[in-house]
Design a protein around this ligand. Sequence first.
Ligand SMILES: [Mn+2]
Length: 319
Amino acid sequence: MTNQLEQVLQNIQQRRQFVLTSHARPDGDAVGSVLALAEILRAMGKSVEVVLSDHVPVIYRPLPFAETIIHASHVNGKYEAAIILECDSVQRTRLQGLEHHFLINIDHHTSFKTFADVNWIDPTASATAEMVFRLATVAGVKITPQIATCLYAAVLTDTGSFSYTTTTARTFELAKQLTEFGADPARIAQSVYFANPAAKMHLLGAALSSLRQEGPMNWMVVTRHDMERCGALEEDCEGLVNYALSVAGVEVAVFFRELPDGRVRVSVRSKGAVNVAQVAQMFGGGGHECASGFAMDGPVAATAERVLALLRDRLPNAS
Ligand SMILES: [Mn+2]
């Protein structure tokens, strides 16, 4: 692990111009980690641009430097290296033009795909942000309150508010240090959890009224019609699956969403009994043991049947 970090650091030190990116439909870890790493590299005297293929979700726009993120579908080759965070493939970035660059991969997912020229993968990290923090420490870069804020928001959201199995004493040690470096836990929680667009709450209503349970398995469906009726954006679907998982006795929850092109976006969450990263990989997706996602061809009823059948087999007390 240490060797991989040193190799990443060495390759950063040898270069000056970087492009940083993360996955499409960025979450808190994606946005927080790229923003923090960009500042860390700038403190090391590097020139950095952050490019994401999708817009930054509204709840993450108050993060420091979020306004510097470039929204584009391709990168132009004036960089000496591209650093890809939180991705298990170049394709996950949905950015064109990265493949011509020297690629550095920093990720904490369990799929262990060493797709880049230099790969640092640590599945024991609670968030990619934890790895970014370690990089800054080893590089001797001072953590400013702004960097601490970005990293804290990433860890807070990627651990499900310190509730997933990846949460360890190390996670709290990190949160403690970030707080000491100037992150404000209450203010960050306010902007992430208490600043929802009204449309998201209406969409939650639609999702909850579709809730179905079968033993330890719960699922919800959101149709294109639901999205239109609620005036909801794609990012408003983020986290809705957790309401299905929050029911007593439920071990695994699935959220199905009809996409504009007729495909179906599937989010799967587990309380630990089922490794949902493995399930996602079978359908060409990825994620963590307790949180994963992928897209499949519709229609939604057929998609649901395939996914639910697979999960049914994997649940320990399948009824
Ligand atoms: Mn993450």
